[in-house]
Design a protein around this ligand. Sequence first.
Ligand SMILES: Cc1ncc(COP(=O)(O)O)c(C=O)c1O
Length: 351
Amino acid sequence: MKKYFSKLAAAQTPYIPGEQPKIDNLIKLNSNENPYPPSHHVIEAIQNELNDALRLYPDAKTTKLNEAIARKNGVLPENVFSGNGSDEVLSMAFMAFFDSDRPVKMYNISYSFYDVYAKLYNIVVDYVNLKEDFTAPVEQLYNSKGGVLIANPNAPTGIELTQDELEAIAINNKDRVVIFDEAYVNFGGTTAVPLTKKYDNVLIIRTMSKANSLAGIRVGYAIGSVGLISALNTIKNSINSFTLDRLALAGATAAIEDNEYYEKINQQIADTREYFTGKLVEMGFTVLPSKANFVFAKLNGIDGQRILDHLKTYNILVRYFNREEIKDYVRISIGTKEDMDACLDALKQLV
Ligand SMILES: Cc1ncc(COP(=O)(O)O)c(C=O)c1O
């Protein structure tokens, strides 16, 4: 099977994406996708882009998109870098900022793609173990030899750090790059973008897959100092200068410009999360305090795999991670209120 693999390819343990099955009437709560459609401006912008200009390369500098992101976040376009999903931006960040001889601090429980990139790029990880309640021992993130990468809010727990804690991490790693992955910040979390203006070592990475209902067109971006953005562009232009196609650029720009719509749907998701959490707690579940568009929950005495299997019989898909520390938990994405009521009804049968 691996006959033609390079040594590099043969040594990898690739990421396993959440299942995307084609089943009718499936309630899909396993990939933290947004249950609401993209803004209609996004669809129109993509449709307008379907013309003869497709024969021409897109704008390698992603100028209009970067300008829209800059305007929305109160930074300058030169503080923005856009890429093909935040997974790609993260991958380029590994190459741009981390070195093999300097261990990078990460949580032991977080987004598992970080470990995949670390292995691919031969980066040693200095794991910081979360406490028993899954909160972070913040001071252990200080004085990293190689940099810091954390998701805030964290995945799959949904727990976030305060601004003061994030600032302390930035200050106490002043000669190393500190990356905050804000994939889930738009559901009631607090962004660290203001820190990028105060500290030139802080990089924010965001995705448009969750909060902007655009997992299907693959757009992510980073915000940071000109020096950090320049390193990312150096890596990008050493791999593929045209990571975002014309359709993705048009759609993502229109999405950023329709802030009003997205704030409305994401507030709805945050409200549904609180409603769903309350009902789970009433049923006897332990639910971690989430600021994301998912909850991480367990029912004492029942293995997470069993909860997943039970929900599957009701055509409801959730995510389970087969790791000792979190094997009792399932991660349930927040869908519409109807989706969550169906999930609650199915869970009642299990309780
Ligand atoms: C913490 C975190 N970062 C990044 C991503 C990747 O997002 P994208 O769809 O932009 O590649 C995910 C996706 O699940 C995530 O959970």
